[in-house]
Design a binder for this molecule. Structure first.
Ligand code: NI
Length: 138
């Protein structure tokens, strides 16, 4: 059973006005839910500051599969890190470009290392790591 606490916040009128407009545009129904999301995001960021913390994440990359050996390189690297890689989804976007989404679980330092290597692979046009965790919400 989760216990909800209520508390008051002092905030400048202009800042609150901007905050209300922003969260309304993002679809929040009230300030409480927006605040909870901000708090959770800070906790996730804090978690990711510890290299040995347990975390999960996804890497999203776009690459041209015609580029020399890139598909083989990416596959080889992912096999090497199979312990941390939960799943990978590959989509052939058009004649040239592939979209790949790779889900990972493990220590922050291992996920970061894998993401840096994959995103830095020659021929990867764009890549992002989405860093999250479940540890802070239990
Ligand atoms: Ni493809």
């Amino acid at each position: 059973m989760v216990t909800l606490k209520r508390f008051g916040i002092s905030i400048e009128e202009d800042l609150l006005d901007k905050f209300d407009k922003l969260i309304a545009s993002k679809g929040y129904e009230n300030r409480s839910e927006a605040f909870r999301d901000i708090a959770r995001d800070l906790l996730v960021k804090q978690k990711w500051s510890d290299p040995n913390a347990e975390a999960v994440g996804t890497i999203t990359i776009i690459y041209d599969h015609h580029k020399r050996e890139i598909s083989d390189k990416l596959t080889e690297f992912q096999h090497h890190h199979h312990v941390n890689i939960l799943s990978a989804m590959h989509i052939h976007l058009d004649e040239k470009f592939c979209l790949e989404v790779i889900a990972l679980r493990g220590k922050v330092k291992d996920i970061q290392h894998i993401a840096d290597h994959i995103i830095g692979t020659k021929g990867v046009k764009h890549g992002k790591l989405t860093a999250t965790t479940i540890e802070e919400f239990k």
